[in-house]
Design a protein around this ligand. Sequence first.
Ligand code: ADP
Length: 403
Amino acid sequence: MSATATRVLVLNSGSSSVKYQLLDMTDGARLAVGLVERIGEETSRLAHTPLATGGERRETEGPIADHTAALKAVAKELAADGLGLDSPELAAIGHRVVHGGLKFTEPTVIDDAVLKEIERLIPVAPLHNPANITGIRTAQALRPDLPQVAVFDTAFHTTMPEYAARYAIDVATADAHRIRRYGFHGTSHAYVSRKTAELLGKAPEEVNVIVLHLGNGASASAVRGGRCVDTSMGLTPLEGLVMGTRSGDIDPAVTFHLKRVAGMDEDEVDTLLNKKSGLIGLCGDNDMREIRRRIDEGDERAQLAFDIYIHRLKKYIGAYSAVLGRVDAVAFTAGVGENAAPVREAAIAGLEEMGMAVDASLNALRSGEPRLISPDYARVAVAVVPTDEELEIAQQTYALVNA
Ligand code: ADP
């Protein structure tokens, strides 16, 4: 690697999208950010913002057939701003990989064996890992000489004790099919728990934090002294909190019932629970802004959806308080956690006996910075800590290739 190579390209490849950011690791500055959506359709769209040159956001529409074409289009946009993938300043490409199973506990330089292992995990991540693999292969073809690093969504959770990770089902069956709690959003939980410690002026080893990552997907984690000891997502991202379109926790017998009584097949049940449940299933909207607007107009369905969402959050705050024994901070993050003051207020309301409270005026302030929203007297710090998964992926990638 050249001594002047200080840039990292972060790629997050989904089934029909690629999100990307080019960062300069001397100061973590974004040089360019963008998104390709609806890959494989006639109406694909590329939105690119060259922050380094202060340029305007550029949008192009038109068919982009596959991930290879998408990355080539991204490379062309970057090159137009003098930030091309062929630049000697590019140190590495960091890939978000959703499922790393038990094997990948750290960011990993990708070689054939690593790619094979990510492929081997497809049965436990059928929606995500294939897209991640396609993204990696395409990037490798574009810059075969460049280190490519996988940063796994599951890695932060591999420190969970066996009693938290194992489901209480037949051990032989579970082991044969690798059924256990893996957890996701790990990059965010790692980043936010560390930033929360920083906000409290302490080392990560000194604090116990409950992280509530509330985006369209949502998960909670219990982090003791910088290490994850429990998390709400499981074998897949379906378990745990009420999400935008996912049910979160339900009695698993509901799935038998849907098959036996409602006559649904596996795929229909899968779609129902992953895409048509959660907030959208309950009230027809999955955007918290819209739900709050409807509540303000007196909409009862929106109110009930909100109440169910909050009730589940409280249950996890309670459960993880018990798991941790001592809680130093509760940190809200991601789209809902960072922006929806009513969610934060309602989730913490009534928890004074547990040392938790929210100050209404602090909670109402808007800011992109990590901040406390609890009153001085509260024993537990309640914080809003914006997540930055791309920066975390870039930092881990850069640290690894410079090691
Ligand atoms: P993901 O990465 O899971 O797609 P995000 O973390 O970007 O999701 O969160 C998206 C969600 O954040 C939206 O669906 C919406 O519910 C919520 N959200 C975004 N902005 C606001 C806001 N200003 N107020 C309330 N909710 C918001």
